[in-house]
Write a protein that binds this ligand. Structure first.
Ligand SMILES: Nc1ncnc2c1ncn2[C@@H]1O[C@H](COP(=O)(O)OP(=O)(O)OP(=O)(O)O)[C@@H](O)[C@H]1O
Ligand SMILES: [Mg+2]
Length: 268
């Protein structure tokens, strides 16, 4: 379980997060919604220890994972503890092949374990198997996102941090990404999912938080949040004047659709 308590982060004089508290229970998917500049990426960076690379500073609060403090660790030590981030904008290595990108993600993992992890990534993303020798720069946007997620999975995460995986992708591909997040979670990996696509995020998540200029303004089950006026209005695009058809659409688009089946852990 990840527990963020009263976390404040600043960049120089800019306060990006103010006393943010959030929990990701084991094996849960937790969504964080919020508009541009709300502090979503800052939250993930603080958890993964990468905030310093962006000149961010944790001012107050704690981050613990399985009872151990994360907020004093560097990014590599955080990955070694099983907390792995897929950063905003994918950041794959365009001049490396698909397979080389995956190998880079599994650098801390040796020989046979690495081959096993790679095979599981290929099972999850058959497209990546087909394109294993292709340069990553030549993949489509959706495939690059899949590669970024696959690369993170190579490190065998207990907790996966995803920063807007749906950004810039066609609706059908967004749906696919949602299904993949559910599939990863079914293997026992918890997911903290930052999204502006509230419809996809609330469909796959168990719990959700809304960040509003650096503070948590709402939290609850994904179902509760999907039904709340504020989320409907600001994130699902349904005005108060919407008709019953709109409500039905909202229900169809956001009703959490979790599978109860739990397979063996992703680590295999
Ligand atoms: N490296 C940085 N230096 C200075 N200010 C920053 C830096 N990164 C983010 N900020 C500021 O911190 C606040 C939170 O930014 P953050 O990137 O966490 O928001 P976000 O919710 O991820 O936004 P988006 O949806 O646009 O990705 C914003 O006011 C932003 O301008
Ligand atoms: Mg961001």
């Amino acid at each position: 379980m990840l527990s963020v308590a009263e976390l404040s982060v600043r960049y120089g004089a800019i306060r990006a997060l103010e006393r943010v508290s959030l929990d990701v229970p084991d094996e849960a998917i937790v969504a964080v919604l919020g508009s541009n500049g709300a502090g979503k990426s800052t939250l993930l960076r603080a958890i993964s220890g990468t905030h310093k690379l962006h000149k961010g500073r944790i001012d107050a609060g704690t981050i613990t994972h399985d009872g151990q403090r994360l907020d004093k660790l560097n990014p590599a030590a955080t990955v070694a503890r099983g907390v792995v981030q897929v950063p905003e904008g994918r950041r794959i290595f365009g001049r490396l092949t698909v397979e080389e990108n995956l190998r880079a993600g599994g650098m801390g993992v040796k020989g046979r374990t690495q081959a096993g992890a790679r095979d599981r990534v290929f099972d999850l993303f058959p497209r990546l198997r087909e394109r294993r020798s292709q340069l990553a720069a030549l993949l489509s946007g959706g495939e690059q996102q899949m590669l970024a997620i696959g690369r993170a999975l190579m490190a065998n995460p207990k907790l996966l941090l995803l920063d807007e995986p749906s950004l810039g992708l066609a609706p059908q591909v967004v749906e696919q990404i949602g299904e993949i997040i559910l599939e990863i979670n079914r293997h026992g990996t918890s997911v903290l999912l930052v999204e502006q696509n509230a419809s996809m995020a609330l469909r796959v998540a168990d719990l959700a938080y809304v960040l509003d200029v650096g503070e948590v303004s709402l939290h609850g089950s994904a179902e509760e949040l999907a039904a709340s006026d504020k989320v409907q209005r600001l994130y699902l695009g349904h005005g108060a004047e919407d008709d019953a058809a709109g409500d039905e659409r909202a229900a169809a688009g956001t009703a959490p659709r979790r599978s109860v089946a739990r397979l063996s852990r992703w680590t295999g």
